[in-house]
Design a protein around this ligand. Structure first.
Ligand code: AMP
Length: 281
């Protein structure tokens, strides 16, 4: 596995791969890898001839009072995982390599970036879209792999790829969960034992919603109210949002019909976790 730290080296390597006719897979991450990330890595290994994982804690997607500084990092462990997984390249640039002095260009995905997580994290998706577009340019992947856990993120990246005619297939991979249902996340490391237990309520509420829809519930307001009451019964949980939305526009739906995304963001102490359920009725 090659560890690449500069844009020019990464571009040169990717150019060489393409010249050899190899199809390139890219898995963008912020590191502190877990089984969720590794599921994306395996998908890339299965589809592409060569696979690159990027590890970059992207400063532009964090708000001023967010956890950029304390975001968990463990390059030693991450590179061991990636070597074992058979990854060809680890792209690990410094922030100054991606955003050199004088940097001024950003990508806005109008409308989509202001809903759900965008409401409580203004500027977040602008940072995400910008760094992902830069990674697409640097690596030139045929495929890029994203987790369904970050449903709004995948939607935004797909929108950007379509709008800008990017030659990349954006692949969505299913949510990987702990045995008790909690979606894996690097931020789970922040949770105290009590908060970790409480965080089960996220998937519990979504499983309830799935059952309720299975039993015939079609009223979105009632469904969301049911989810909220399960979340509110957990004293350590503080709801940021719970919504049932159209998975393409992210606009709230009134009726559970066709494709619906039920999306949650909940604080446990200072840690904000997200989860979602995709319904097809
Ligand atoms: P992150 O390092 O948190 O930016 O995540 C990098 C990629 O891994 C994103 O595409 C995430 O959606 C994906 N990912 C994170 N957690 C999970 C999970 N539990 N299951 C599937 N994919 C995940």
């Amino acid at each position: 596995m090659k560890v690449i730290k500069t844009v020019s080296t990464m571009k040169a390597l990717a150019r060489e791969w393409r010249r050899e006719g190899k199809r390139v897979g890219l898995v963008p991450t912020m590191g502190y890898l877990h089984e969720g990330h590794l599921s994306l890595v395996r998908e890339s290994r299965g589809r592409a001839d060569v696979s690159v994982v990027s590890i970059f804690v992207n400063p532009t997607q964090f708000g001023p009072n967010e956890d950029f500084k304390k975001y968990p990092r463990d390059l030693g462990k991450d590179s061991a995982y990636l070597r074992e997984a058979g990854i060809d390249g680890l792209f690990y640039p410094e922030a100054s390599e991606i955003y050199p002095p004088g940097y001024r260009t950003y990508v806005d995905i109008e409308g989509l970036q202001d809903r759900l997580c965008g409401r409580s994290r203004p500027g977040h998706f602008r940072g995400v879209a910008t760094v992902v577009l830069k990674l697409f340019d640097i690596v030139g992947p045929d495929f890029a792999f994203f987790g369904a856990k970050d449903a709004q993120q995948v939607l935004i990246i797909k929108r950007m790829a379509a709008d800008l005619n990017l030659d990349v297939e954006v692949v969505t991979c299913p949510i990987v969960r702990e045995p008790d249902g909690l979606a894996l996340s690097s931020r789970n490391a922040y949770l105290s034992p009590g908060e970790r237990k409480a965080a089960r309520v996220l998937s519990t509420s979504l499983r309830w919603a799935e059952k309720a829809v299975g039993a015939g519930e079609r009223d979105a307001e009632r469904l969301v109210a049911g989810i909220r009451s399960i979340l509110e019964a957990e004293p350590l949980a503080r709801i940021d949002y719970a919504e049932a939305v159209d998975p393409e526009t992210l606009e709230p739906v009134a009726e559970i019909h066709g494709e619906v995304l039920v999306a949650l963001a909940v604080f446990f102490g200072a840690t904000r976790l997200i989860d979602n359920l995709r319904l097809n009725v």
